[in-house]
Design a binder for this molecule. Structure first.
Ligand SMILES: *[C@@H]1O[C@H](CO)[C@@H](O)[C@H](O)[C@H]1NC(C)=O
Ligand SMILES: *[C@@H]1O[C@H](CO)[C@@H](O)[C@H](O)[C@H]1NC(C)=O
Ligand SMILES: *[C@@H]1O[C@H](CO)[C@@H](O)[C@H](O)[C@H]1NC(C)=O
Ligand SMILES: *[C@@H]1O[C@H](CO)[C@@H](O)[C@H](O)[C@H]1NC(C)=O
Ligand SMILES: *[C@@H]1O[C@H](CO)[C@@H](O)[C@H](O)[C@H]1NC(C)=O
Ligand SMILES: *[C@@H]1O[C@H](CO)[C@@H](O)[C@H](O)[C@H]1NC(C)=O
Ligand SMILES: *[C@@H]1O[C@H](CO)[C@@H](O)[C@H](O)[C@H]1NC(C)=O
Ligand SMILES: *[C@@H]1O[C@H](CO)[C@@H](O)[C@H](O)[C@H]1NC(C)=O
Length: 474
């Protein structure tokens, strides 16, 4: 039974419902009801302005966020709580979500603005599966919104904005002025049941959304925008996560739109935590210097059972790209992609076995990755420079590659060699232009359809509820 509380109500729905805010006036003080869908609703709600927050774009609100979250933590086992961020520009340093069963909700006119002063960003340990920070040795700045060892966290809004104001970070990174790894916008670590939805993320200092060592993660309805020349502004990076669903996202950025990861060389091998059971659907991506979906390059814990469908790529370097190297170990297997439309691409298909990029010189030169059972089907691509550049590893071929029903039209000045395949093996069927001989054409009579699993993953069965909370205005 759900508790009957004056300020909260929830109703189970089998379909998703919209977000809305309805105004109400009562006893002279205004209040309104917030309606939105989430995987769980909360009994208690408070607004950032009740904790001294000032949304003028200038006042630093780090302490207000911390005070609000600490106060709301007392309701963790009493139905959970919600922090409402009202309209305004809320400048803040990094803050932590510290209790489970917690929702952060941004009004559509709320902007969380990240401080550009490094002193507002505490340093935290490197990830155990990476051994060091991605930009520099040693620690890393905590993400703007960080949480660890939590259950049931919702970060959502009526398309409210989180602006990382990354330009100063990018400049310092390019000028080699930073001693530590740049922060991400949202990172949740060792957590279960996460929903990040209906937000706009702008100008992250580095990666945007990073769930790591987590399970049951939904990322939905996120718009991510960063300049296409900004360094490492990856969109969504599920990293050593089980059961993740990324859908209805629009991403324009300077790096991969989605990068699936699981740790780096000897650290990732030792940690041994794969990313598996990942669904990506209805993604629109613009990434002129990177991939729409990258698998790796950090894949040392393994990547398996990834299902991507209904993807639109515009002006991107490559479609789905596998990136790995000797020393990574691990595997990329059981990858299924169908229904992809690509417009203006350098490479429709790209696999790179010699990506390099090692954390240090202690990687194991005998740690060969295993790349197997990779399925791509039902795709159309226009204005492509080169159809496929498939480079496996000498002595360690990438096998079980299947490409079917793919039509690629070329740019006015295409590469002479459209498919360059080394150390790969597999089959093809109904692919234009004709693939390399390593992808053995199954012939006109026997059109083969590459696999795509029909049974759904448990992340598709998470029920959504309609939540309703009264918001008071002060
Ligand atoms: C996001 O917003 C859309 C449109 O308002 C709504 O249909 C959907 O349920 C929302 N999803 C989540 C997870 O909040
Ligand atoms: C957030 O938590 C991390 C790890 O628990 C800690 O190192 C960091 O200082 C915390 N950040 C803040 C702003 O309290
Ligand atoms: C968080 O969870 C990890 C993995 O279960 C565990 O190793 C770590 O000690 C936990 N940290 C805290 C602060 O509870
Ligand atoms: C959210 O806001 C962004 C940026 O203003 C906009 O491009 C996008 O269309 C909006 N999304 C929705 C669902 O309204
Ligand atoms: C980086 O380290 C150098 C040498 O220790 C120091 O001079 C510099 O101020 C540091 N820079 C930052 C941004 O912390
Ligand atoms: C081939 O792919 C297109 C989408 O690009 C799809 O509409 C069509 O149904 C597919 N054909 C077969 C035989 O599956
Ligand atoms: C085709 O791709 C080239 C780059 O290879 C680009 O300059 C051109 O604008 C694209 N044409 C169209 C019609 O998109
Ligand atoms: C084909 O790929 C191999 C391996 O990467 C490379 O050495 C060779 O130069 C490529 N050939 C062409 C014509 O690009």
């Amino acid at each position: 039974m759900l508790p009957k509380l004056a300020f909260a109500a929830s109703l189970l729905l089998s379909i998703c419902a919209g977000t809305g805010v309805e105004g109400r006036r009562r006893h002279g003080r205004s209040s309104e009801f917030l309606h939105y869908s989430a995987m769980s609703c909360r009994s208690y709600s408070a607004s950032l302005d009740e904790f001294g927050g000032v949304g003028d774009g200038v006042t630093l609100n780090t302490l207000a966020f911390r005070a609000a979250i600490e106060y709301l933590g007392q309701f963790e086992s009493m139905g959970g709580s919600q922090l409402y961020v009202p309209p305004g520009r809320w400048l803040t340093g990094s803050f932590n979500i510290t209790s489970s069963h917690f929702t952060l909700f941004l009004h559509r006119d709320a902007v969380i603005l990240a401080s550009q002063d490094e002193r507002d960003w505490p340093l935290i340990e490197p990830l155990p599966s990476y051994g060091r920070g991605r930009d520099a040795e040693g620690g890393r700045y905590a993400s703007l919104i960080f949480g660890t060892n939590l259950t049931d966290i919702v970060i959502t809004g009526d398309n409210g904005t989180i602006n990382g104001q990354g330009d100063t970070w990018w400049r310092k990174f390019r000028g080699k002025e930073l001693n530590f790894t740049r922060p991400y916008l949202i990172e949740l670590m060792y957590s279960d049941k996460i929903q990040i939805s209906n937000l706009t993320l702008l100008d992250s200092p580095s990666w945007n959304v990073h769930p790591v060592y987590s399970s049951n993660v939904i990322v939905q309805g996120i718009t991510i925008i960063a300049p296409t020349n900004s360094p490492n502004t990856d969109g969504i990076n599920p990293d050593s996560c089980t059961n993740t669903r990324i859908e209805d996202c629009y991403i324009v950025s300077g790096d991969d739109c989605v990068a699936v990861k699981s740790g780096w060389d000897e650290y990732g091998i030792a940690y041994g935590m794969p990313t598996k059971q990942l669904v990506i659907r209805r993604l629109t991506c613009i990434s002129p210097t990177s991939a729409v979906i990258a698998l790796g390059s950090e894949m040392s814990g393994g990547i398996e059972d990834v299902r991507a469908e209904d993807i639109l790529a515009i002006d991107s370097e490559s479609g789905v790209r596998i990136k790995t190297a000797i020393g990574r170990g691990g595997y990329v297997k059981d990858i299924y992609v169908r229904g992809m439309v690509m417009k203006t691409m350098k490479w429709a298909f790209w696999m790179t076995g010699n990506y390099g990029s090692h954390p240090d010189n202690n990687y194991d030169p005998n740690a060969y990755p295993m790349i197997q059972n990779i399925n791509y089907r039902d795709m159309v691509a226009d204005n492509v420079t080169m159809a496929g550049r498939l480079e496996g590893i000498p002595g360690d071929p990438f096998t079980g590659i299947c490409i079917s029903n793919v039509t690629i039209s070329l740019t006015p000045v295409p590469k002479k060699l459209q498919w360059n395949c080394t150390d790969v093996a597999g089959i093809s069927s109904g692919v234009v232009p004709q693939p390399c001989g390593q992808l053995v054409d199954q012939g006109q009579e026997t059109l083969v359809t590459c696999q795509f699993p029909e049974e759904s993953l448990s992340i598709d069965c998470i029920e959504v509820q309609m939540c309703s909370n009264r918001i008071k205005h002060w």
